[in-house]
Ligand binder design. Sequence first.
Ligand SMILES: [Zn+2]
Length: 257
Amino acid sequence: MTNRQTPLRGVLFIGAHPDDETVMAGGTLAMLHQRGISTFIACATDGRGGESGGVPEVQTLTDLARLRQRELTCAADALGAASVTLFGYEDPVIGPDETLYGFAADENVFVDQIADLIRLKDVDVVLSHGTDGEYGHPAHIQVNRAVRRAVREHTPDVLFYSIAARVPGVEDRIWNVSDPAHFALDISPWFDAKHAAMICHRTQYELFKRRRKLKTVGEAVRTLESFHRHWPDTSGALPDDAFAALLLAAGASSPPR
Ligand SMILES: [Zn+2]
């Protein structure tokens, strides 16, 4: 178990789609890299079911999957991540009225894959989606559930923090209502790296802007990133571990819960 005196070996972000790493944790990943901590990114699906953003070279779902893989690699470079792992699950196409779907996976297999990756990368912290899948995305909820199981059943010495934890007094459609933030970090000092990573996700520009009626990708960069520790259970106390210490040293606050 990491305590606050033990330096972190590494942090693994596990997202459902290419761009989740950047939108919800890009500033924090850049901060960790700047402080010499190894970061790794994993992505459950190939992103083929998302929007193509009118990018002309995308003619087929396979084209989109390939391009989004390159966009993710570009973003990982911008954030200083040491590697990108693609689990390669097929991302279901968004339905009518923007209906979102989970992906077809045997949960036991997916849980084993996650545990194997945690061991392979030798990390002590996992970051992933929240209980409510942020804005309720079924694939995000699916990843949250699998990561929880992987950590609890296979790698219990690892810390699991979720992203987009609810910060009282701040409105954001991505907050997980069930996960009160233990820490909220103003990522302004790492804005440029996060912005560069957002710029990598060319197929998603329109989506980034449309949801909040913004004009530029720069305006779509969230400057507040927040985290809730799921594992080990905090029993209501404020976490006191090496990741918490790093966040606090980077200027994070602990919102009232
Ligand atoms: Zn996503």
